[in-house]
Design a protein around this ligand. Sequence first.
Ligand code: SF4
Length: 376
Amino acid sequence: MIRLHFKADFESCTAPFVVKLRLPSSVQSKVLGKSEALASPRPTQAGVYDCQSWKRNFVLHATPGESIDGDVLLCIPDRSVIQRLFRRASNSNTLLLTERCDQLCVMCSQPPKNTDDAWRFPLYEQALMLTDSNTVVGVSGGEPTLYKDALFGMIHRLSTYRPDLSYHILTNGQHFVVDDRPILNRLHGCTSIVWGIPLYSHQEETHDEIVGKKGAFRRVLDNLFLLASTNARIELRTVITALNLFDLPGLASFIAKNIPFIVDWALMGMEPIGYARANWKRLFFDHSVFPQPIINALEISALHDIPCHLYNIPRCTIPEGYRRYCVDSISDWKKKYLTVCDGCSERTLCCGFFEWYNVTTAWSQIEPIKKGDLTQ
Ligand code: SF4
């Protein structure tokens, strides 16, 4: 697993700050910018760097052998910790805007916390200014739109200075209101944003039960239309659990009939951590032995030209004719493969498994795919 937090020793206890690392061997300009730190590796201590920046110096304890050049860091001196906000070597960088949330999904992988996160926002904005060109910025939570004004303001300001950035924002879709139309229109006119919004069933009670909030289904539907009226690009997200598996074909028809304007429908495997792990027995369904509801949903979507993909679902758990829907979706820092994957011809295409996947409690049909294998 790739670490997103490092220990660090700071020469003084200042307020948190943001800095972009540069190794002496970096090919970039020799002039160090005010927001950069020159990270010199200690010859005798693998993974330890003496970092000198314009104002502050610190010692970074990184993972030996792992690239840190170009990473954008949030340094928190009073906790002696550094958070890697953006890793140059990764194509999946996500800002956790807040840990607060107003829903309580039964399979939430990041259970909400009542923390005060507002102090991070100006630092996140500085970090975004420092990211490499054309970065796709993931924004997640908690629920980011609990801080809707701060989020909109940040993206709007950045659209001037960093028009190359694009955003993939995960939201429960509960907090948009009609008065947001002008700012949403402006944002969608100047920046590329995909809103990832969950819909777990076409049945109101099931969706509300899964998200732990009465009225959530109606609210999210209203807001899908509101967003669409501002030219939003919407990715609908449905985590597959035993509670909604058999609703998938009905949900596919519902989407085709009522919300065909989405840019993608993401059918997703559960991430086995947080509430998902706590509720695993109640929620897990082994689709590798019975994939039909998923297949039916894919077929109905195809029939109606609804773009559709399978996320966090290993390719060998899906019949061969439908594997083209599978996306290599698990972020590099928390992805692993099993020993059985060593002989698989589709490993480079496969999402693999979350680091916290437990072989004894999940899919029973994990088998390496042989080249040209059409037996599944
Ligand atoms: S054997 Fe491993 S790499 Fe191959 S499809 Fe299955 S999970 Fe993916």
